[in-house]
Design a protein around this ligand. Structure first.
Ligand SMILES: C[S@@+](CC[C@H](N)C(=O)[O-])C[C@H]1O[C@@H](n2cnc3c(N)ncnc32)[C@H](O)[C@@H]1O
Length: 258
C-alpha cells in the first residue's frame, strides 16, 4: 500500500516538476528500490565551487561517486600547510588525487615534492582478508597517463613504478606532511602505513581512501591493526575513508552506545 502511495507521488511530481519535487522523487525512488541507502541534502555550497568542479571535470569525476572524498582530501590538505615534509600517494591510478595534492603544494609556494608509488599494472594479488571484491590487475592505468595528467607539476613530483613496498627504500631519509594511501588491499596498505608512520612530521596526516568501505575490508583491518598500539587512531569519515594526525591522541572508535 505504501509503495503505491510513493508511486502516485512520483507520477504527480513528474507531471508537476520543481526542484523540490525532483528531490522528493529521488527520495521516493530510493525508498522503493534501495531503502537502506542514505541520501544527503543537495544544498552543499561546495557543489557550486567553480575551481573544484573544473577539476572534477578534468578527471571525469563530476558524475562519479568519489566527489565527496576528493573534497575531503582537498580540505585536509589545508591542515598541513605549515607542517614540514613532502607529500606522497600510494596507489595513483590516473592521478586525480595526486593532482589535488600537487596543486595545493603549488598554491602554497611550498618546496614540497610529491612522491607517487604505483605498479601501473593495477592491484596486486588480493589475499583472504580482502574477500572477493577485487582481482589482480584491476584498476591498471599506464604511467604515461599520470605523466600527462601531472605535466604542469613535473618539476615537483617523483613517479615510482613498482610493487609496494619495493621503492620505499629510496625514501628512507625523507619526512612527510601528507600521505594518501589508496591501494584497496590488506598487504600494500599495511606496507604503506608501516613505512610512512615513522616518517610523518608532528601534525602530518595519513589519509586512507579505502578505510571503512565494506568493499575494502583488508585496508581497514591493516590500518586498525597497525594503529592498535599507537596513540593515534583513524577518524572514520561519513563518505568513506579515514585519516589520522601524527601526534594527536585519538580514542578508539567505540561502536557501543553510551
Ligand atoms: C583505487 S586506485 C587509486 C586511485 C587514486 N588514488 C585516485 O585518487 O584516483 C588503486 C591503485 O593502486 C595501485 N596498486 C594496488 N596495489 C598495488 C601494489 N601492491 N603495489 C603498487 N600499486 C598498487 C593500482 O595500480 C591502482 O592504480
Amino acid at each position: 500500500m505504501r509503495k503505491i502511495k510513493y508511486i502516485i507521488k512520483i507520477i504527480r511530481n513528474i507531471i508537476l516538476p520543481s526542484k523540490d519535487r525532483n528531490f522528493e522523487n529521488i527520495i521516493l525512488f530510493s525508498k522503493l528500490i534501495m531503502p537502506e541507502y542514505r541520501l544527503m541534502w543537495p544544498q552543499m555550497e561546495w557543489w557550486n565551487d567553480q575551481f573544484f568542479n573544473d577539476y572534477l571535470l578534468k578527471f571525469q569525476e563530476i558524475d562519479g561517486l568519489n566527489t565527496h572524498r576528493k573534497w575531503t582530501l582537498w580540505q585536509l590538505l589545508r591542515l598541513v600547510e605549515n607542517v614540514k615534509g613532502d607529500t606522497a600517494e600510494c596507489g595513483v591510478f590516473k592521478a586525480a588525487s595526486s593532482w589535488l595534492i600537487c596543486c595545493h603544494n603549488q598554491k602554497n609556494s611550498s618546496d614540497k615534492i610529491h612522491h607517487m608509488f604505483d605498479s601501473f599494472e593495477g592491484l596486486s594479488l588480493p589475499n583472504d582478508i580482502d574477500e572477493q571484491h577485487w582481482k589482480k590487475g584491476d584498476l591498471a592505468v599506464p604511467e604515461n597517463i599520470v605523466i600527462k595528467n601531472l605535466k604542469e607539476f613535473s618539476e615537483k613530483i617523483t613517479i615510482n613504478k613498482g610493487w609496494i613496498p619495493e621503492k620505499f627504500s629510496d625514501y628512507e631519509e625523507r619526512i612527510f606532511s601528507f600521505v594518501h594511501i589508496d591501494v584497496d588491499l590488506y598487504q600494500p596498505t599495511k606496507d604503506s602505513i608501516n613505512f610512512f608512520y615513522d616518517r610523518m612530521s608532528p601534525g602530518g596526516i595519513i589519509l586512507c581512501d579505502d578505510y571503512g568501505f565494506t568493499s575494502c575490508p583488508g585496508a581497514t583491518k591493516s590500518i586498525d591493526e597497525f594503529l592498535n598500539d599507537k596513540p593515534e587512531k583513524m577518524i572514520s569519515l561519513a563518505d568513506g575513508g579515514g585519516f589520522m594526525i601524527k601526534g594527536v591522541q585519538t580514542s578508539p572508535l567505540k561502536m557501543e552506545g553510551c
